[in-house]
Design a protein. Structure first.
Length: 93
């Protein structure tokens, strides 16, 4: 991924996004996370109040999302990186 900005986690984040876009759930999705992960989902159309999840809850939420969203772009539209944080922004479906 030589066209990606230089950040130690960009390739991993893009692979994760592509796995989600391809429909990964369960252990295929959990493999991308540290056992102590805390996922914070901002309020959105699917989860209006937002959510905070641990590793055990993430795959189930992905499966619920998969039932609603039929397809995702296979590449993020923009990558926002700041020090130790990395954000993939998807703006077009």
């Amino acid at each position: 991924m030589s066209d990606m900005p230089d950040h130690p986690n960009i390739e991993l984040a893009v692979r994760y996004h592509r796995a989600v876009a391809a429909g990964a759930t369960g252990t295929g999705l959990a493999a991308y996370f540290h056992p102590d992960v805390v996922q914070r989902e901002l309020p959105n159309a699917l989860v209006p109040q937002g959510a905070t999840r641990n590793l055990g809850e993430i795959p189930a939420a992905a499966e619920r999302g998969r039932q609603v969203i039929r397809r995702l772009p296979h590449h993020p539209g923009r990558i926002d990186r700041r020090a130790t944080r990395l954000r993939l922004l998807v703006t077009k479906f």
